[in-house]
Design a protein around this ligand. Sequence first.
Ligand SMILES: [Zn+2]
Length: 104
Amino acid sequence: MNKPRPHKKRRLPALGDVIRGSAVIMERVCGSSSCRCLKGHKHRSLYVSQYHKGSHRMVYIPKANERKVLRLVNNYLILKAAIYKASELNLGRLMAGYRKKDER
Ligand SMILES: [Zn+2]
């Protein structure tokens, strides 16, 4: 495996690589009477928590997809922060334009 290198270029994640929501680890017991989860070693599963069509939902993520989903949820934060920043900048530019007009 290649070592992950720190990013020098700031490139935004692609829309094909994003999942909206937050990652939540939930602990549960499976119901089997012989399982060690009954002795406190609960099963841990990843869920994506998000608002969807006006209500809250939790989407179960199978173990095999956990790493990928964590990355995609993090991409959502990166994109959201980038949109926030761009929006502030664009609004600021727009308002600077208004002020110029008023000065005339
Ligand atoms: Zn169990």
